[in-house]
Design a protein around this ligand. Structure first.
Ligand SMILES: Nc1ncnc2c1ncn2[C@@H]1O[C@H](COP(=O)(O)OP(=O)(O)OP(=O)(O)O)[C@@H](O)[C@H]1O
Length: 427
């Protein structure tokens, strides 16, 4: 298609689109692009990386993936998630680039289609996912890819990394967003409880079953079933779950009828399921059924660029109607902390600080002392000069927190026995 025909074809397209040459220069921008992203600027003739990112060089020379250079190399379309400058500030944008081959058989132009991602925000928002670090964006890209498909997603991440919130985001983007989102907390459920919770029961199925009760699988029909801590499902129940996933059918406890439920499955765990399979603690067939599309969720210490953004977001959510700020010193203490409990730990620290502060600004003194110690150049957990045994104890308490309270793993890293560690901590 000649260039002028391509441009007039795209002009009234509802999605924002631009046409670029192989030299990254924008050749044309359609009406939707001009409305959403240009903010009155004339972008024709400018480089795409300058307009979208304010960069002086292409994205891949600035540490980001560049769809244009990837597409030029492969001749294939390319889709990535980028943070773009827009008239509204930085926004997550789903970018899809298609190469256009000319009569010569060579790629002559690229069409870039842009969709603003509404499920995540790069500035404090009242609800939903917040983040802008590269690790967060990589995760969001996977979320965007899997959401519209019926595929099972497996969220892998430490406790408190936001697995439930990510599952909700997938549900909302899935086309089942108007349907139910049903959470099953699998840890701590005994075999019998698991079965009756999941599949429901008939009247008289067991003592106390005074009336029929539908299960969570039934409740999720038309929507999404979120199995949290799927690694904690008892072995004997794993086979029942597998049958449900393979056939879409189940039977209530005490029932004879085979029932059907139409749900999309999202599972999550902080465990290494593969290692559990090797150890015989998790069924291999169920593992393969669940791990079609794994999404690793970064720990908070792997997305430090998001700490202040998340802290400000959580503060606004925890204290609606009364704006609270973090002092610069409090921010730098929060930035230096390692968060073994991830975002949940950050949230707890802020909740406590809100109770400790009488004014509108949260200061280092409103947070636990270990946090301040971590930001100094001295020994973490210890501020100032104190007797050696006190310093050792405080340091060990700090170090123990880094290991999520796991004495065994801390002792191993310190090269001492668990008993010695115990003694030193006891003082
Ligand atoms: N990207 C995010 N933006 C804003 N808040 C977040 C984000 N991720 C997590 N949170 C908040 O952090 C807290 C912990 O998140 P969530 O309960 O989803 O974690 P989890 O990984 O499911 O934890 P667990 O494994 O212990 O169940 C919640 O208060 C949640 O709202």
């Amino acid at each position: 298609m000649p260039l002028n025909e391509l441009i007039s074809f795209l002009e009234e397209h509802p999605d924002a689109q631009i046409v670029m040459g192989a030299d990254y220069r924008i050749v044309a921008a359609n009406a939707a692009y001009r409305r959403h992203y240009a903010g009155g600027r004339d972008v024709v003739g400018q480089f795409c990386y300058a307009v979208s990112h304010g960069y002086r060089q292409p994205c891949d020379e600035c540490g980001e993936s560049c769809p244009l250079s990837a597409s030029r190399a492969s001749g294939e379309p390319r889709r990535v998630l980028h943070l773009h400058h827009t008239p509204r500030g930085e926004e997550h944008v789903d970018v899809e680039l298609t190469p256009i081959t000319g009569a010569s058989g060579r790629i002559e132009y690229f069409v870039e289609r842009m969709l603003t991602v509404r499920e995540a925000s790069s500035f404090p928002a009242e609800s939903g996912l917040v983040g802008k670090s590269p690790a967060f964006n990589r995760m969001l890209e996977l979320v965007r890819r899997v959401a519209p498909a019926p595929t099972t997603a497996l969220l892998l991440g430490e406790s408190g990394t936001g697995k439930e919130l990510v599952a909700q985001a997938i549900h909302q983007q899935s086309g089942r967003g108007q349907g139910p989102f049903v959470v099953v907390e699998c840890s701590g459920l005994t075999e019998t409880l698991f079965e009756s919770e999941l599949f429901g029961y008939e009247k008289g199925a067991f003592t106390g079953a005074t009336q029929r009760k539908p299960g969570l699988v039934e409740a999720a029909s038309g929507g999404t079933l979120f199995l949290d801590e799927v690694g904690d499902i008892p072995l004997a129940m794993q086979v029942k779950l597998l049958r449900l996933l393979e056939t879409g059918t189940f039977r209530r406890v005490g029932g004879v009828d085979t029932m059907r439920s139409d749900f999309r499955l999202i599972a999550a765990t902080h465990r290494d399921l593969k290692a559990m399979v090797e150890a015989g603690a998790f069924r291999r067939d169920l593992y393969y059924r669940l791990s079609v599309f794994p999404i690793p969720l970064p720990a908070l210490r792997e997305r430090r660029d998001d700490i202040v953004l998340l802290a400000e977001t959580l503060l606004a959510r925890l204290s609606p109607g009364r704006p609270r700020a973090l002092s610069e010193a409090a921010k730098s203490n929060l930035l230096a902390w390692d968060y073994p409990g991830n975002i949940r730990e950050l949230r707890n620290l802020l909740e406590r600080a809100l109770l400790m502060a009488d004014g509108d600004t949260l200061l280092p003194e409103h947070f636990p002392r270990e946090l301040a110690g971590d930001a100094t150049n001295g020994m973490p957990g210890v501020d100032g000069i104190v007797p050696l045994d006190v310093a050792e104890r405080r340091y060990l308490q700090w170090a123990l927190a880094q290991h999520g309270g796991d004495r065994k793993s801390l002792a191993r890293q310190l090269g001492i026995s668990e008993r010695t560690l115990y003694r030193k901590l006891a003082g």
